[in-house]
Ligand binder design. Structure first.
Ligand code: ATP
Ligand code: MG
Length: 350
């Protein structure tokens, strides 16, 4: 990337220096980012369990890979398990394996992810979604480093470093009985919180630079110019979906680019929650609507499922849909902006 005529702040980078697509480097310059990196670097060379906490899209997955890469286990496997994506009935055999005949349809012996990761690192993503039985078995692996395959009496010993991540508030999950407290304490040896992007606006320019480079390569678009005004606009937004949302916005901008200058494909949604004035007479429906939209955006407008907005809001999907209808919430960003701006920003309300 080279300096553009419109005066971008980008530093030229040779294509050969770009990071491999499967293992991007974490970018950031803010104090919050540096502290998080310092914590990663502190724990990486050890064998300690790491618990990564933070909102969706803050880089927990990337941080887990970084820890593995900086650890003495880097030459061994990094095995990732998304506990939210696996059905409860399969998760135990996925993690610990199963012996031939353990289920009626289990024709072959299956090696579990813990065995696969022997000598390396296992990344248990969305650990808060782990069913109770798997929690018990995991606790034993963490305590004793051993387990049995489903349908087998033979105890297997492994040497695996565990990194877990969640965007849930685990103490709350413990309080309500959904997560074992003994497992929680085992996991929270070295918690690292990934700061949300709205608390580190200073990282936006360097993230934009890094992501645009990655995306323009992926989509074979030459983008040379990132206007400073655009950077300012991006830095002022509050990013409820964090780096992933920024990445999505940039990806649309790169795909729709008409020339070598980066422009947004659509307006950013307004900073609704922050724009709500602290007046007592503000209409409650506006606050509710703003909150629902924030959660929907953070969840990529997915309504159903464990990662959906309904679960995050503690509502049934059907209830959320009817609430959205009542509040006039639609997906199109422009529409939302027009509906909200006059009501929330009205001088009479402030
Ligand atoms: N500091 C960073 N520098 C560069 N890219 C980043 C950074 N943080 C996050 N990303 C990118 O943002 C996207 C989201 O990050 P990631 O998937 O690690 O988030 P997450 O916290 O695991 O989210 P979720 O909880 O939804 O799984 C990824 O494409 C990742 O590469
Ligand atoms: Mg993730």
């Amino acid at each position: 990337m080279r300096l553009g005529a419109a005066g971008t702040r980008l530093v030229p980078v040779e294509p050969s220096l770009a990071e491999p697509p499967d293992e991007p480097e974490m970018a950031g310059v803010s104090d919050a980012f540096r502290y998080m990196q310092f914590r990663l670097a502190q724990v990486a060379p050890t064998h300690a369990i790491v618990l990564l906490l933070g909102e969706t899209g803050t880089g927990k997955g990337l941080a887990a890979q970084t820890i593995h890469r900086l650890s003495p286990r880097r030459a061994a496997r990094f095995v990732s398990v998304d506990c939210a994506a696996l059905p409860a009935t399969l998760i135990e055999s996925e993690l610990f394996g199963r012996e031939r005949g353990a289920f009626t349809d289990a024709r072959a012996t299956q090696i579990g992810r813990f065995e696969l990761a022997d000598g390396g690192t296992i990344f248990l993503d969305e650990i808060g979604e782990l069913p109770a039985e798997a929690q018990a078995k995991l606790l034993r692996v963490l305590q004793q480093g051993q387990f049995e395959r489903l349908g087998s009496p033979r105890t297997i010993k492994v040497d695996v470093r565990v990194i877990a991540a969640t965007n849930r508030t685990l103490p709350e999950e413990v309080r309500t009985g959904r997560f074992r407290s003994d497992l929680y304490y085992r996991l929270s040896v070295f918690p690292i919180t990934m700061p949300p992007l709205r608390d580190r606006h200073g990282d936006v320019p360097v993230l934009v630079e890094r992501l645009v480079m990655r995306l323009s390569e992926r989509h074979q678009r030459a983008i040379d110019v990132i206007p400073p005004a655009l950077l300012d606009q991006l830095a002022a937004y509050d990013w409820p979906g964090n780096v992933r949302e920024l990445e999505n916005v940039l990806e649309r901008a790169v795909i729709t680019a008409a020339d070598r200058t980066l422009r947004l494909a659509e307006p950013l949604s307004p900073q609704m929650a922050d724009a709500v004035p602290a007046a007592s007479h503000i209409v409650l429906a506006d606050v509710e609507r703003a909150h629902i939209i924030r959660i929907l955006q953070a969840r990529g407008w997915r309504i159903e499922g464990v990662r959906g907005a309904a679960a995050a809001l503690g509502l049934k999907p059907s209830t959320l849909r009817s609430r959205m209808r009542k509040l006039g919430i639609h997906r199109a960003a422009g529409e939302v902006a027009h509906e909200l701006a006059p009501r929330i920003g009205h001088p009479l309300l402030g």
